[in-house]
Each structure stands twice: as C-alpha cells, then as structure tokens.
Write a protein that binds this ligand. Structure first.
Ligand SMILES: [Zn+2]
Length: 497
C-alpha cells in the first residue's frame, strides 16, 4: 500500500534528516510501497507519533486484523468519522476496519467515499476497500478493487498479485479446457514477469496458491502451482509447491480403455477371424474415456484435462520458455543413435557371420550374450550418451547466457538510481546494495530479519538493506536525503484530504 501520511523528502516540513523518527518513517513507507506489511508494521511500531499509529492501523487492516487497526486509531482519537464524511485517511481506514468487522453500514459509507476522494489517495483507498470487502464477504467488490490496483495502477507486489491472480484463476472457463488452460498460463506468466520472478523468490506464487486454497479452489491451486513450476527455470521451492498440491491421478480411466481394446481385439480375431471390429470398439472405448471419464481424482473433467496439458509442459533452457514435452526430436541423440545402430549391428553381424570370427570359437552362451550386447547394448548406450551430451550442452549454454545477463546487470547496478524509487527488490537490489551503496552508520533498527544500513555515496541517502518475508531475495528501502533542517517540523501526521 502506498504511504499517504508520512513525510517524504520533498516535503518542506521534513525535520533534520538523520533523525531516527524520520528515517524509520521513510523506511516504513517504502516497505508499504512494496507491500511488505510485517516489515512496515515493525518499523511503524518504532515511530512514536501519529504517523506511526496511522501506519500500524493500515498494516493491521491489510494483514487481516481490523480490530487491532481500529484499536490503534481509537487510542490516538482518530477513529471517530464525522457524519458528513472522512476528514483524513485515518478516517477512511477506520471505516474500512469497521466494515471488515461486519458493519454493513460502514461498508456502504466506505464505498460511497470512493466517488469523492482525490486522485492522490485513490490507490490507498483501493487497498482499504479491497481488504474491507474481502473480510466482509463481498468478494466481487474486493476482486474489482485488486484488479484496479494491478491494471490501473500497475502494482505487482506479491500481496496484490496473490489476490488478483487468485480471482483470475478462479474465474477460468469450466466447460472449455483450452480456454481454462490459457487463463492459468496467463496467471503463471504474470508471476514470471514480476520482480523477483518465482524461481528467485516463490513468495508471490505461494501467495496465489494459498489464496486459491482459502477460496476453496484446491483444483485451481494445483493447476497454478504446476503451471508456474513447468513454465520457468527449475526451482526446488516451486517443485515442492507443485508436489504439495498435486492431485491424485485416477488409474481406471487409463487402464480400463486399454483392457477393453485388447479384449475386443482378441474376441474379434477369435469370433470373426479379423481384428477390424475389435480395433473399432477399442478406439471407441479410448475416445469415450477421454471424453467423459475424469482423469484426475478430485478434479472436474475440464480441470483434469487442463492438468494433463500443464503436466506435459517442460521448460526449455535453450528456448527460454516452456514447450510440450512430447513434441521434439533432438539432433545429437538422434545422430548418435543412428551411429550406434550402424556400428552395433555391423559388429553383431560380423560376430556371428564372419568365417574366421571369434563367435565360432567360444561357447554358444557367450556368443549369444556378446551378440545381444552388440545388437542392443551399443545402440542403447549411444542413445543414452546422446541424451546426456545434449543435456550437458544445454546446461552449459544456459549457464553462459545467465553469466552474460549477470555481467550486463553488473554494469548497471553500480550507477546511482537513488532518485528513482523508494524501494528496490529482487536480484538487482542485491547487486545495487553491494556495488553502489556503501556501509553507513545509523540508529539501531529492529525489523525481525537480517538488516543493515548502507548509504548512497552520491546523495548520502540512507538505505535499509533487508530480505523479503521468505528470506529468498533482497529488499532495499530508501530513507530521506540528508538535508538542512527545514523551518517548520512537520509531524508527518494524518494528511488531511
Ligand atoms: Zn545513489
């Protein structure tokens, strides 16, 4: 949630930078900008003024504790909303907290407020509305709010993506497997385009899956987890996520049609002296099973088909995208197999047929074993070696591409971009912290995770370096620039609307 109440470095009312409260407020606001709410709450806890209380209330509302949020606002006298409408954003949060606690009249007021709020607080309002409507059981309103946050405001944080994409996956076509698969893959691609991508930090993917489970759509959770794991580079965390939610495959729909087909063919040969009728019956049995028999336990027929399609996908390092696992011929294994067949069979032929061949001078059992090894073993070994060689080649090529990408990024991370955003996440953040920022002294900060203080050598801005909630990726939060003390010390309190 973007901050709406804390001072920003551009405000004329910022007190002397370096002041602990100003630093903490800026970091807390930056944590809200990337929706790292536990971190924001932890930082706001250490800000002993009205801005701290506002921040704590917002974080409590968004993390599913509206009663706690309301209590914070009541303690600072910001919970009473005038009859003619909210005067501050704290009042909007108070409305949202009461709505989340089940007050339908407060939800109605909250919705009505949306039409008159200034554009500057529109995004924050959508967060409050989404959280309140979700808790109040108005899922349609909540889904629309999160959709607006993503589509209109371009927010791509794990918190927002998990809610938006869960609704997207849940709204998949229930009658057309192809349309449903496209929708699930779109959600997986949206996650892959986020920073950091799921194979670097699975937080957002895990969030969508957890949200789908919470909504009672276990099949959707399984489909999305598989789509994410199959359409990106290998990741043990994503594989484990997919395995945790993988449904049980039904055995009967695959075995019974084959048994019927074989039985029909045998009966056909025995009774009619030809196999045509049996083959026709068998084909009908296979087609009927595919059409009407659910392939996956606990999934509808359509979801089961989507699952079949998604599970067949394999990520191709060389192409940098997923493709159907069954539809490719590899050059190196094919060539080596042909070479193995030629060499093995020629040698086998020589072994048994050459007049002066060794085959005639050894016992029959030894001759047969050597023949089998030459006839089957040599082509088999050639195929196996070809596949290994192909994989090794692809892995090396992928490693070279990764190294090239990282080298290109390395050139960018040393350049100052401290003017650009309040927070940086992902792989770029890690490089930026070590290559551009330098160690800095500052007040002790308690964030519940590893944290360090670094500063921009150009502007003097102080950054808090910590990790995402999963611990898998780096998060940088920008502090204010060191500036001379301004004339008026703003309290950073509730920004009046
Ligand atoms: Zn800088």
């Amino acid at each position: 949630m973007p901050h709406t109440t804390a001072s920003s470095p551009a405000d004329p009312g910022v007190p002397a930078a370096g002041h602990r409260r100003v630093l903490l407020s800026a970091w807390a606001s930056a944590a809200e900008d990337v929706d790292d709410l536990p971190l924001a709450a932890r930082l706001w806890d250490q800000v002993p003024d009205a801005a701290g209380a506002s921040g704590r209330a917002r974080a409590a509302l968004l993390t599913g504790d509206p009663a706690g949020g309301l209590a914070v606002l009541e303690a600072v006298g910001a919970a009473d909303v005038p009859d003619d409408g909210p005067r501050s954003f704290d009042h909007v949060v108070a409305l949202a907290c009461r709505a989340a606690l089940g007050r339908a009249d407060e939800l109605a007021r909250l919705v009505a407020v949306g039409g008159v709020l200034p554009a500057s607080v529109r995004l924050s309002y959508l967060y409050a509305l989404g959280a309140a409507a979700d808790a109040a059981g108005q899922r349609g309103v909540a889904d629309e709010a999160w959709r607006a946050v993503v589509v209109e405001h371009g927010v791509r944080t794990p918190y927002v993506l998990s809610r938006f994409l869960a609704a997207w996956v849940q709204g998949r076509d229930r009658t057309d497997a192809r349309a449903a698969a496209v929708r699930v893959l779109e959600a997986a691609h949206e996650l892959a385009a986020a920073v950091p991508p799921p194979w670097e930090d699975a937080l957002a993917a895990e969030g969508v899956v957890a949200e789908l489970v919470r909504r009672g759509d276990g099949a959707g959770a399984a489909l999305l987890a598989t789509a994410v794991a199959r359409t990106g580079p290998r990741s043990e965390v994503l594989d484990a996520l997919a395995a945790r939610h993988a449904p049980r495959r039904a055995v009967a729909p695959r075995v019974v049609p084959v048994v019927v087909a074989v039985a029909a063919a045998v009966a056909s040969v025995a009774l009619l002296a030809h196999a045509y009728a049996g083959v026709a019956v068998g084909a009908l049995a296979v087609a009927a099973a595919r059409r009407w028999w659910r392939p996956v336990v606990d999934m509808t027929l359509v979801d089961g088909r989507v699952w079949d399609g998604l599970s067949a996908l394999r990520y191709d390092d060389r192409l940098g995208r997923a493709r159907d696992g069954a539809s490719h011929v590899r050059l190196i294994p094919s060539l080596l197999t042909v070479a193995g067949l030629v060499a093995g069979w020629s040698a086998a032929g020589w072994w048994v047929a050459a007049p002066a061949g060794l085959g005639q001078r050894v016992p029959d059992a030894v001759e047969a074993v050597v023949f089998a090894m030459l006839f089957l073993g040599v082509p088999g070994a050639a195929l196996w070696g070809g596949i290994r060689l192909d994989r090794l080649r692809h892995r090396r090529a992928a490693g070279r591409r990764r190294a090239a990408t990282e080298a290109a990024e390395q050139g960018q991370v040393a350049t100052c971009r401290c003017w650009q955003g309040t927070a940086v996440t992902g792989r770029f953040a890690r490089g930026y912290a070590s290559e551009h920022l330098v160690p800095s002294a500052g007040p002790p900060v308690e964030v519940g995770r590893g944290a360090a203080l670094r500063a921009c050598p150009l502007s003097g801005m102080r950054w808090l370096v910590t990790t995402s909630p999963s611990g898998a990726s780096t998060v940088l939060l920008r502090g204010p620039a060191p500036a001379p003390a301004a004339a008026a010390a703003g309290d950073g309190g509730s920004g009046y609307l």
